[in-house]
Design a protein around this ligand. Sequence first.
Ligand code: NAI
Length: 343
Amino acid sequence: MAHRVTLIPGDGIGPEVSAAVVRIIQASGVAIDWDEHHAGITALEQSGQTLPQALLDSVTANTVALKGPVTTPIGEGFTSVNVGLRKTLDLYANLRPVTNLPGVPSRFQGVDLVIVRENTEDLYAGLEHQVAPGVVESLKVITAAASQRISKFAFEHAANNGRRKVTAIHKANIMKLTDGLFLQCARAVARDYPDVQYEEKIVDNACMQLVMRPEQFDVLLLPNLYGDIVSDLGAGLVGGLGVVPGANLGLTIAVFEAVHGSAPDIAGQDLANPTALLLSALMMLRHLGERTAADVIFGAVSRVLAAGVIRTRDLGGSATTTAYTDAVIREIDSPRGESAATV
Ligand code: NAI
């Protein structure tokens, strides 16, 4: 029976990379009945809302969604659809595995870490107002409830996936109350997991350590804003935004999306790398119990990347999104481990 999954193509490069991923999943033989909904500027033009109720109803009913990036206007305009979606559906945990892939050029090898980012509060909630002309204020709200559950999520993830260490990242030397509360909660949860090592690092030092010795890290536990920033840093460790996947997880709902945004600089040019959204879709297939198909697709992607012939521009190649997608599909259809080199 087909899985029913909400598809939010997004905008910018979103429609291109999501179309590529839909084709690749179809080639793997997994039957998915895609329930397509638009968000952001596309939805605003169609329905007058950036986050239509029909989309929220679809994700709630299907409990699983695959989402492309959605543009948020900078310094003006509507509030973030991404933040709205995560908050409305209480997708409190953002899970982002950062791992080297075969054949993907990177300054580092041996990077294998997981970013666990709190997804519902912190400065990222965008609670801002003008106090007086020329003076504006942003509220950083941190709660014990949200900090405890994301800490528990990080330790559970570590314990269930053979990971040895959780590093909580903070700025509690300066933000003693907000980041201080986050740390207190992380420490309390850590006591329940004696088999998982726990450490803390101040966010500026953590960034330096990440670009000096990334292999020392395992699971990173971060409040929302640091998690957002460190995620892109993490992508930079393993080849860039074109290859890092993610999932927004709640108690029952899971929305899978790449770390990257809508990349307006390359949108509509058949240049985007669909790997990040594809790897997010593989997390989704595993979530749906389709482990074999996920393994088959991962094998195909790995072989195409390792061959190094058909790569998108962000990875130093000249292949279009379409050519790369075709190569992955050929590799699924007839795995030769060399198709990338022979076409
Ligand atoms: P971005 O991630 O869209 O792009 C940053 C750089 O990485 C650009 O040079 C872009 O071309 C490149 N890049 C990103 N994804 C790529 C891919 N798959 N293949 C090849 N190159 C890729 O970040 P930026 O420019 O800061 O944000 C653009 C828009 O995206 C903003 O409106 C932002 O709010 C939104 N955004 C949305 C997200 C989401 O929907 N989850 C996440 C991050 C940003």
